[in-house]
Design a protein around this ligand. Structure first.
Ligand code: NFE
Ligand code: MG
Length: 564
């Protein structure tokens, strides 16, 4: 017998996402991913000065504001054929890496951990046993019996007060929860510690960016961080050292806590290394440019299709630029035919949810006609193919923790899975953290050598038409911005966003998007509590604000919550 479930909204994400599943014999056989909110940021950009675009596009999202700003300045610089000072590259890289690390830590602990961790079970744990479990794996000082006892008492006090706060709703006691009480206690302790630690990553962004979210220090042509080692209110020695303190502290948490916890989750949920594959195609872009022109990158990019890998040399690679299109055939837009983003149109046409027709505000992007998964898993698969040494090193570290717990190694064929995304994100955070230290050192050395340049004024032609594209490997995957500048003003602006790639509906060829495909085959023990569906969807870290980029106050269908 087949059953339909609608999860609307999916919670613990940014924005509004609806997932529909058809379930047969306890497993998902078909799924639909629908973005339920229309925004229209791309329309707002038209007619603006291209030098202001980075400020406006930060409003696309409440999470990856910074990433859109960075993509935007790169886009306009690309249109102008500009180089930028290396200090600007380093400062942007430090901001981008710290932003992504922040995003990954918050995703793992605050947004997805409670899909795997049963908070109520932590009450039954033996704190000493919990500390013993971690003794060979981690030197984190807070992994002590005393700390675990304190956290357990905190949970008891919460339960006794009847005010469970963030823990009030959850799939507690669900049959798919498999962690022993001690691991649940460890996870709750780290959930609380991660709240503190994520602030360090944000401090790095805020010190350089002026504030966060919505950094203030960018400019087309570089950054607005004047370097003067002796002046009090600009980038001086004291601030640089202050940054380093946060970078170092962050590293302790990432290596001693995050790296261990993701191996622990993988070890206790082996079936989730076989479930949740979203695609046969993966793409990531080279990231962290270290020269003026943007020819050299600290992290490689590439495209992997059915096991065949093709490196992508830089962000101006024609192969990368020419492959990207978006279709609105199954989305609430007028234009069904796939269009290259420079020709892209955002003309809404709402029809209501139609199973075989239009059912989402998210467009369907394709790379040479294929649905492609983006994000930390795609990044891990591609950078392992590229034999990137830091990726190999940190993947080996996750693996050695996993091996210590299970006696076996994680294999490459287990990566395209729900937990593969979590492992990918962890390795990405570790590699980014390593680059954060390197980029800090590079900045300090370069300033020390006497180079204080941070900005080259852009020259926007006031007549004629130019085009630009800018890429960035964002926390959820490869993001691209596309601009057409006519007579000095923005004539068209399109953002093709990681969550658009992953959450997209069926594309022009009626091929399902990665979320939709990843759910097929997922067992659902209790359709009224579809925890398993939520696990896989959360593993992508959905951001629907980005994916759809004005809340529609007229035609929006009333949210129906059938199942939460
Ligand atoms: Ni709104 Fe984002 C990221 C971008 S969207 S969070 O990462 O770009 O997927
Ligand atoms: Mg778009």
């Amino acid at each position: 017998m087949s059953q339909r479930i609608t999860i609307d909204p999916v919670t613990r994400i940014e924005g509004h996402l609806r997932i529909d599943c058809e379930i047969e014999d306890g497993k998902v056989v078909k799924a639909w991913s629908s973005g339920t909110m229309w925004r229209g940021m791309e329309e707002i950009l038209q007619g603006n000065d291209p030098r202001d675009a980075w400020m406006i596009v930060q409003r696309i999202c409440g999470v990856c504001t910074t990433i859109h700003a960075l993509a935007s300045v790169r886009t306009v610089e690309n249109a102008l054929g500009m180089e930028i000072p290396v200090n600007a590259q380093y400062i942007r890289n430090i901001i981008a890496a710290a932003h992504s690390i922040h995003d990954h830590i918050v995703h793992f602990y605050q947004l997805s951990a409670l899909d795997w961790v049963d908070v109520t079970s932590a009450l039954k744990a033996d704190p000493q046993k919990a500390a013993d479990l971690l003794s060979g794996l981690s030197s984190w000082p807070l992994n002590s019996a005393a700390e675990f006892t304190r956290v357990q008492q905190k949970i008891k006090d919460l339960v006794a007060s009847g005010q469970l706060g963030i823990f009030a709703n959850g799939y507690w006691g669900h049959p798919a929860m498999a962690l022993p009480p001690e691991i649940n206690l460890i996870a709750v302790a780290h959930y609380l510690q991660a709240l503190e630690c994520q602030r360090d990553a944000n401090r790095v962004v805020a010190i350089l960016g002026g504030k966060t979210p919505h950094i203030q220090n960018l400019a087309v042509g570089g950054v607005a961080n004047p370097i003067n080692l002796d002046a009090p209110s600009v980038l001086n020695l004291e601030r640089l050292m202050y940054l380093k303190t946060f970078i170092d502290r962050l590293g302790d948490f990432i290596e001693q806590v995050y790296l261990v916890d993701s191996a622990v989750i993988a070890a206790h949920y082996p079936e989730w290394l076989t479930l949740g594959k979203g695609s046969d195609c993966y793409l990531c872009v080279p990231e962290l440019p270290i020269d003026r022109k943007g020819d050299q990158f600290l992290m490689p990019g590439g495209y992997l299709e059915n096991g065949k890998f093709r490196p992508i040399a830089n962000q101006r690679d024609e192969y990368l630029i020419k492959g990207i299109q978006e279709s609105g055939k199954h989305a609430w837009y007028q234009d069904d035919e796939p269009l290259a983003p420079w020709e892209g149109l955002t003309r809404p046409k709402y029809t209501g949810w139609q199973e075989d027709g239009k059912y989402s505000w998210v467009k369907a992007p394709t790379f040479y006609g294929k649905a492609v998964e983006m994000g930390p898993l795609a990044w891990l698969m591609c950078t392992l193919q590229a034999e990137h040494p830091p990726t190999q090193k940190y993947f080996a570290k996750v693996n050695s923790n996993y091996q210590a717990l299970t006696g076996k190694a994680l294999t490459a064929d287990q990566l395209p899975s729900t937990l593969g995304r979590i492992v990918g994100r962890t390795v990405h955070a570790c590699v980014l953290h390593e680059t954060l230290g390197q980029q800090w050192q590079a900045l300090v050395s370069n300033i020390g050598s006497g180079d204080h340049e941070t900005f080259i004024p852009p020259n926007i032609p006031l007549t004629g038409e130019i085009r630009g594209v800018g890429f960035i490997e964002a926390p959820r995957g490869a993001l691209s911005h596309w601009v057409v500048i006519k007579d000095g003003k923005i004539a068209n602006y399109q953002a093709v966003v990681p969550s658009t790639w992953n959450a997209g509906p069926r594309n022009f060829n009626d091929e399902p998007g990665p979320y939709e495909r990843s759910l097929v085959g997922t067992p659902v023990a209790d359709p009224s509590k579809p925890l398993e569906v939520v696990r896989t969807i959360h593993s992508f870290d959905p951001c629907m604000s980005c994916a759809v980029h004005i809340v529609d106050t007229t035609g929006n269908e009333v949210t129906r919550v059938k199942v939460l």
